[in-house]
Design a protein around this ligand. Structure first.
Ligand code: GDP
Ligand code: MG
Length: 457
C-alpha cells in the first residue's frame, strides 16, 4: 500500500533528515519535490497546491530554520499536514440511534459494495458484538443477491431474502421492519451500482435513502481510481448526504491519491479501508497511522492491534523480557516469530507495516514470502539448540548438515542467516530506544497510547 508515494516522499525527506541547517532555498527545493511526489501519486491538484503551501508556510517559520534538527522538524510538519489532510483522527460509525441502525452503501458498480457489506457485517459482529442483518436491493443482477447471500452465510449474519422481481425501496422497507421485529442492532443495505453516475441510479438511491433514513450513508470507492475517486464521491455527495467513505482495494493501490484527496475534496471522512478480497480484510482508517506509513515510519499501531489479536501474548512477553534483560535475539526467537507470522497470515502485509521496512530492498523482502516461511522454520528446526543460540558457529559442515536435515540447500541456510542478522539489527535498533521514541512521538494522538512493553518484538 502506498509504496510509490512512500518511495518518493521517503527519498525526498531522507535528503533533509540529517541536515544540521536548512535554508529557504533547501526548503523550496524540497517542497518542489514533495509536490512532484504527490502529483505522481495522483493526488488532486487543488489538494497538492494547498498542501505544499501549508507546509512551505510552516517550514519557513522560525521553528524549522532555528531548530537544532531542522530536517526532523520539516518531516514533522509534513507528517502533521498529511494527517490533517486525511482528517486527524479515525472517525468511527455513528450508530447511536433507535435500533436497527441502518447503514446504506452507495457507489459505482464493481467498487466493492457487496464485499464491503459483508466485511462491515463481520467487523460489527466481531468487534462491536452487534446483531447484524444485511439485505441486497440490487435487483438488476440476480447474481448480486446470491453473492450477498453467500457472503452473509460465510460471516454468519442474517440475510433478508430478496429477489429480482421486487422493488428496491419495497425490499428495504420490509427488511427494516424485519430487523426491527427481530431486534437487530444494525441493518446494512447493499444497493445496485452503475458504471457511471447516472440520473436513474441517483434517483433510486435517493428514494432508498428517504425510505429507510440511514444512520450512516457510506460511499464505497475503488482506491485505484486515484483522484477520480474523490470526484465521484463529490458527485454522490451532491445527491445524497454521505456520512463517510469506504476506500476499497487499498491493498493494490501503490499511489494513494484517493486516500489523500477524498477528505479535502468532499469534506467527508474515510471511515474504513478495504485491504483485500477476504471478509476479514477491512481496517478502520486512521489518518495518523496512514501518514506515518507513507513517511516510512511504519504503521506500528495497526500492526500492534493486528498482532494483539492474533499472537500468543505469553510468548511475546517472554521475548520482551528477554530483550530487556539484555539477552540478544537469537534464532530460537526468530523461529517463534516466524511461527507467529504464519499465524498472522499475509507476511508481505505484515512487513509493510514494520518501521524501517521501506529501507530494506524489495529484493530482500521478496525473499521472505509465505512459502519461504515454512522453509525457514524447517531450517531452524534442523539446528541444535546451541546453534540457535549462537548462530555465528554455523559454518561449512554444520550448514551442510542442517541443509540435509531440512531438505534444503546450503544457499538457503545462508539466506536465512542473512535475514536473521537483518532482523537482529532491527531488534537492536528498537531496543536502543528507537521504538520507544517512536511510540512517545505517536502517543497523545492515539487515545490511551500504546505501552511499548506490549510490543512483541
Ligand atoms: P460491487 O459491484 O460494488 O458490489 O463490488 P463487489 O463487492 O462485487 O466487488 C467487485 C470486485 O472487487 C470483487 O472481485 C471483489 O472481490 C473485489 N474487491 C472488493 N473489495 C476489495 C478490496 O478491498 N481489495 C481487493 N483486492 N479486492 C476487492
Ligand atoms: Mg454488488
Amino acid at each position: 500500500m502506498f509504496e510509490n508515494l512512500q518511495d518518493r516522499l521517503g527519498g525526498v525527506l531522507k535528503n533533509v533528515r540529517g541536515r544540521g541547517r536548512l535554508t529557504e532555498s533547501n526548503i523550496k527545493d524540497t517542497m518542489r519535490e514533495v509536490r512532484m511526489a504527490l502529483l505522481e501519486a495522483d493526488v488532486a491538484l487543488p489538494v497538492v497546491r494547498e498542501f505544499v503551501e501549508q507546509v512551505r508556510g510552516k517550514a519557513m517559520g522560525e521553528d524549522v530554520l532555528t531548530s537544532l534538527t531542522p530536517g526532523q522538524a520539516l518531516i514533522k510538519i509534513v507528517n502533521d499536514e498529511l494527517m490533517g489532510l486525511m482528517g486527524e483522527a479515525n472517525q468511527g460509525l455513528d450508530l447511536n440511534v433507535q435500533p436497527p441502525a441502518v447503514i446504506l452503501m452507495a457507489g459505482l458498480q464493481g467498487s466493492g459494495k457487496t464485499t464491503s457489506v459483508a466485511k462491515l457485517a463481520r467487523w460489527l459482529l466481531e468487534k462491536q458484538h452487534k446483531k447484524v442483518m444485511v439485505v441486497s436491493c440490487d435487483i438488476y443482477r440476480p447474481a448480486a443477491i446470491e453473492q450477498l447471500r453467500t457472503l452473509a452465510a460465510e460471516v454468519q449474519v442474517e440475510c433478508f431474502p430478496s429477489s429480482g422481481d421486487q422493488d428496491p425501496v419495497d425490499i428495504a422497507r420490509r427488511a427494516h421492519e424485519a430487523a426491527q421485529q427481530g431486534l437487530f442492532d444494525v441493518l446494512i443495505v447493499d444497493t445496485a451500482g452503475r458504471l457511471h453516475v447516472d440520473v436513474a441510479m441517483m434517483d433510486e438511491i435517493r428514494a432508498l435513502h428517504g425510505a429507510i433514513d440511514p444512520a450512516e450513508t457510506l460511499f464505497v470507492v475503488d482506491s485505484m481510481t486515484g483522484q477520480d475517486a474523490a470526484n465521484t464521491a463529490k458527485a454522490f455527495d451532491a445527491a445524497l448526504p454521505l456520512t463517510g467513505v469506504v476506500l476499497t482495494k487499498a491493498d493494490g493501490d501503490a499511489r494513494g491519491g484517493a486516500a489523500l484527496s477524498i477528505r479535502h475534496i468532499t469534506g467527508k471522512p474515510i471511515k474504513f479501508l478495504g485491504v483485500g478480497e477476504k471478509t476479514a480484510a477491512l481496517e478502520p482508517f486512521h489518518p495518523d497511522r496512514v501518514a506515518s506509513r507513507i513517511l516510512g515510519m511504519g504503521d506500528v499501531l495497526s500492526l500492534v492491534e493486528e498482532v494483539q489479536n492474533k499472537v500468543d501474548h505469553e510468548q511475546a512477553q517472554r521475548l520482551v523480557k528477554k530483550l530487556k534483560r539484555g539477552k540478544g535475539f537469537d534464532l530460537a526467537d526468530f523461529r517463534e516469530q516466524l511461527l507467529q507470522m504464519s499465524n498472522l497470515g499475509g507476511l508481505t502485509e505484515f512487513m509493510d507495516k514494520l518501521p524501517g521496512m521501506n529501507e530494506i530492498p524489495d529484493q530482500v523482502k521478496n525473499q521472505v514470502n509465505d512459502k519461504e516461511l515454512v522453509k525457514l522454520i524447517a531450517i531452524i528446526n534442523a539446528m541444535t539448540p546451541h546453534e540457535r543460540q549462537f548462530p555465528a558457529i554455523i559454518k561449512g559442515s554444520r550448514k551442510r548438515r542442517i541443509a540435509t536435515g531440512s531438505g534444503t540447500q546450503v544457499q538457503d541456510i545462508n539466506r536465512l542467516l542473512k535475514q536473521f542478522s537483518q532482523m537482529q539489527k532491527m531488534m537492536k535498533k528498537m531496543k536502543s530506544g528507537g521504538m520507544a521514541k517512536m511510540m512517545r512521538g505517536l502517543k497523545g494522538r492515539i487515545p490511551g497510547g500504546m505501552p511499548p512493553g506490549r510490543l512483541p518484538f
